[in-house]
Write a new protein. Structure first.
Ligand code: FES
Ligand code: FES
Length: 180
């Protein structure tokens, strides 16, 4: 079935969302996935597309702080939402603590899966700052890696826990010193 240009125009929807702290409004095809909008309209190609069927987790982003598979979510469903992608974690060339931990632990090989694992780890540690190895494996079981065998990724998450907890100790010591 073909549509007239008037019918196609009528199918465009306006979506307003905040992406990595930036408010943005876009006119999108209602059939467009959030992953495609992030990559093609906003140039945020750090969100990777593997299976495009909700299986591999490579496309994971945070929607309202919760991990979501952006290949399965329509952009229109993100209207009014706060989205964080892998690009939103680092400050320029400075890696976030979780990225630094994964780097130190040499967690990845080809790294195609890395944005999804890192975003899932951000969500995991926000909810559970000190997970056991079993909890890490369970929480990241929805992300697939074809290269590593997962041990180095788990080690990266454990390194992230150490880095974040030492940062928290330092920041509470600084607050105590400054009487806050
Ligand atoms: S690309 Fe979305 S889950 Fe695989
Ligand atoms: S490091 Fe290659 S897919 Fe995970």
């Amino acid at each position: 079935m073909t549509h007239t240009s008037e019918e196609l125009a009528a199918m465009i929807v306006s979506v307003s969302m905040t992406v990595n702290g930036n408010a943005t409004t876009l006119d999108v095809d209602p059939r467009c996935s959030l992953a495609d909008t992030l990559r093609d309209s906003l140039g945020l190609t750090g969100t990777h597309l593997g299976c495009e069927h909700g299986v591999c987790g490579a496309c994971t982003v945070l929607v309202g702080g919760e991990p979501a598979r952006s290949c399965l979510m329509l952009t229109a469903q993100a209207d009014g939402c706060e989205i964080v992608t892998i690009e939103g974690l680092s400050d320029g060339d400075t890696r976030s603590p979780i990225q630094e931990a994964m780097y130190q632990a040499m967690s990845f090989q080809c790294a195609f899966c890395s944005p999804g694992f890192i975003m899932s780890t951000v969500a995991l540690l926000a909810e559970n700052p000190n997970p056991t190895e079993r909890e890490i494996r369970e929480e990241l079981s929805g992300n697939l890696c074809r290269c590593t065998g997962y041990q180095s990724i788990v080690a990266g998450v454990e390194t992230a826990v150490e880095i974040l907890s030492s940062q928290n100790i330092l920041s509470s010591q600084n607050k105590e010193r400054s009487g806050q």
